[in-house]
Design a protein around this ligand. Structure first.
Ligand SMILES: CC(C)(COP(=O)(O)OP(=O)(O)OC[C@H]1O[C@@H](n2cnc3c(N)ncnc32)[C@H](O)[C@@H]1OP(=O)(O)O)[C@@H](O)C(=O)NCCC(=O)NCCS
Length: 381
């Protein structure tokens, strides 16, 4: 086949869709959902309001938000069959693997034709966004040999998620921080998992298959998995003094080892979500007590700015999210599932958008293999 386009590894900078959901301006450090700055949404909105905005395109009025919130609350429960499936998994299964299985199990209830029926697509988008936290929390309980904690209708989305993890209604500050973290992670334009969601959606696969694909893509350590590794990495810094941190970073950079929580395909300045999370971390530590790993993170950020700031390598959202989640009492291997709890809304907004004007994704390749070889029978090889 004639080559028409140059090969761009990782499709960097190649548009693959027209979108009006999340806008990232990497050089200005801007993130907007449906045109609204993330800073304003994080300050003033509930997660449910942001989900409404992402899925339906506009901020809701009070009269629109109330039934939407009720619908999300009604959809929180998961079938006992999904619990049965979880009970048969090995306890050591990573929560992201369990989540893929949980989402696929919910997909066994899929009925109708979401492609022909926009109301059904939208209803499934709300259903999945509502149920993913319940799946994550249920697996976390079951792997510890405990019964899942049923969702509580009187709690907000983030508050209820924390409640379902350990059966304790969280401190209001912790619930607020978790809610903002979910808002910050809800959408981020054409990242790998969103692309995976759109590719699967473009085949007209059902929304459960779409979310299962996206969860798989998010689980990798270059995407959602990075925040799990940030804490391990910080803990492995042997000398927390400024000189020690600098030596550690220089050594790692000299070996071309990636420093987790830094760098971004799009942002060439500090990720605006990292700034918001850092401010929240400060409030959280003021209320619940300081944590030395945060000081180490701030030191590493300062040293990295001197070492690689000129290359546009700054902290991304994952750098501070792990520190915040740890303070909220969330176990390290749930950090990426928490990302999925938020991002499922963005994936499904992209599915709805993809279906508005769908064409199946079918890129090309550059052939680098041999051609027209003469087949050799087994006995002669
Ligand atoms: C996010 C990430 C995958 C983006 O990748 P990318 O756009 O393909 O960027 P590249 O990996 O090609 O890096 C470009 C240059 O910056 C350097 N770089 C990028 N991120 C780096 C990091 N975290 N630590 C050290 N160097 C980094 C690369 O070594 C490369 O340098 P070179 O040009 O001298 O070879 C990458 O920055 C990374 O792996 N970061 C760590 C994982 C992480 O935090 N992921 C969460 C993303 S939200």
């Amino acid at each position: 086949m004639a080559q028409t386009s140059p090969f761009v590894p990782g499709l960097a900078g190649i548009p693959c869709a027209k979108s009006a959901i999340g806008m990232v301006d990497g050089s200005a450090g801007k993130l907007q959902y449906r045109g609204y700055p993330i800073e304003d949404l994080a300050k003033a909105c509930s997660f449910e309001e942001v989900v409404y905005l992402l899925l339906l395109g506009e901020l809701p009025t009070e009269a629109q938000l109330a039934p939407f919130r009720d619908e999300m609350v009604r959809e929180r429960e998961i079938s006992f069959r999904a619990i049965d499936v979880f009970e048969r998994l090995p306890e050591r299964a990573h929560p992201m693997t369990a989540l893929t299985i949980g989402v696929s199990t919910l997909g066994t209830y899929y009925e109708g034709d979401h492609v022909e029926d926009l109301a059904l697509s939208r209803a499934i988008a709300v259903r999945l966004t509502a149920k993913v936290p319940t799946l994550v929390a249920a697996w976390h309980r079951i792997r510890q040999g405990k019964r899942p904690v049923p969702p509580r209708a009187d709690l907000g989305h983030a508050e209820n998620f924390l409640y379902m993890l350990d059966g304790e209604v969280p401190d209001p500050m912790a619930a607020h921080v978790a809610e903002v973290a979910l808002i910050l992670h809800a959408e981020h334009s054409m990242n790998a998992s969103t692309f995976a969601a759109r590719v699967t959606g473009s085949t007209l696969a059902d929304p459960y298959a779409v979310v299962a694909s996206a969860v798989g893509a998010l689980s990798g350590r270059l995407h959602g998995g990075a925040n799990e590794r940030v804490l391990d990495m910080l803990r492995a810094i042997p000398d927390p003094s400024p000189e020690g941190v600098r030596r550690w970073a220089e050594d790692r950079l000299a070996r071309h080892d990636k420093i987790m929580g830094f760098g971004h395909r799009v942002y060439k300045v500090k990720d605006p979500r990292a700034d918001i999370l850092q401010n929240l971390a400060t409030d959280l530590f003021a209320k619940l007590g300081r944590t030395p790993i945060y000081d180490l993170a701030v030191e590493l950020e300062g040293q990295m700015e001197k070492l690689v700031g000129h290359k546009g390598i700054y902290p991304n959202v994952d750098f501070y999210s792990g520190i915040v989640y740890e303070k909220l009492g969330i176990p390290v291997d749930l950090f990426t599932p928490v990302f999925a709890v938020a991002r499922v809304s963005g994936w499904l907004a992209h599915l709805l958008e993809q279906l508005e004007d769908n064409r199946i994704f079918r890129p090309s390749q550059i052939w680098v293999g041999e051609k027209d070889r003469t087949f050799v029978p087994m006995a002669e090889r």
